[in-house]
Design a protein around this ligand. Sequence first.
Ligand code: NAD
Length: 343
Amino acid sequence: NNQKPSLLVTGGAGFIGSNFITYFMKKYPTSQVITIDKLTYAGSKRNLSEVENLDNYQFIHGDILDENLMKDIFSDFNISGVIHFAAESHVDRSIEDAKAFVESNVLGTFTLLQAAKSVWEKDGLLAERRFHQISTDEVYGSLGKKGKFSEETPYNPRNPYSASKASANMLVKSFGYTHGMNVVISSSSNNYGPRQHSEKLIPTIISNALKAESIPIYGDGKNIRDWLYVEDHCSALDKIYHQGKALETYTIGGGNEKTNSELAREICEILDHLVPEIGNKAQIKSFNDLITFTEDRLGHDRRYAVDDTKLRQTLGWKPSMTLESGLKKTVEWYVKQWEQITH
Ligand code: NAD
């Protein structure tokens, strides 16, 4: 295959995938990037507006479960490596109906691995070309008050979403051990930032506040998550994709543990400064007044926290954002989007 080598990014129209492609193509302006995305409810080509007109970028509308399409992509293009984001990603939906999670996350990952293996093996490139699996700290289960997840923590997924992601990771590892594929896995904590789907916690808090509607927080609001700014995730992925060791896992954290209530309050305080007129019109002193506690999510993991010493020490990564600066940037982005729609 004498075409230029291309990076294949799956799920590029989603939240993290689109941020990653935008980041990567800015950093490596001569790189060739192909993305395949099914454009489910969670994906939108609008997320890729910053790269869509570049000559070295290509969008393929398709499903990673489509065996023939996957084989064609690996045969027709010179795929130099894969970064696999495509997945069903919302825990609540997996509680309602997990079928799409098993299909896209487990079978989809398997289909992609098979296609990569068959073409790379034929070309004698199996040990060379990288397959980078994007995963989540949720595969490790739930923590008590102390301790953190690390690469050594045994998998203990507790909802259908995390079970499907853990299954996919195990298949990825098995292709590494059994077939000698150059696989690497990264498991990150909760991401936040521009372009996240409105169903997720932070966009929900912001959009409900902007509509002066109640802000729903599950249970007692004391569940703890470690928040990672999406662009810091992208810089970690860049390092892991290029320099991570085959067959290894790298956990990525933000070092920002917050209860869901604390997080909601911090966002409300940013909004109090940014759009006081909305609060005034709704006759509330602070957007905090809109926070309401709702019935808890089934199987709601209590605490996630990530020890990313390995990534920091071996690959020299560190995040550039504090939660304060990242949240401010994020809220400003959503407010700007909202103003464009409403004005
Ligand atoms: P997202 O739901 O915003 O995007 C997923 C994208 O994958 C969408 O564009 C969707 O159309 C596409 N997709 C889904 N099924 C597909 C299929 N069968 N074929 C092709 N495309 C398909 O998700 P996200 O938040 O950007 O997450 C991306 C990845 O990162 C996922 O693998 C997720 O498990 C992982 N992750 C997410 C977080 C987080 O906080 N959001 C944290 C850690 C890991």
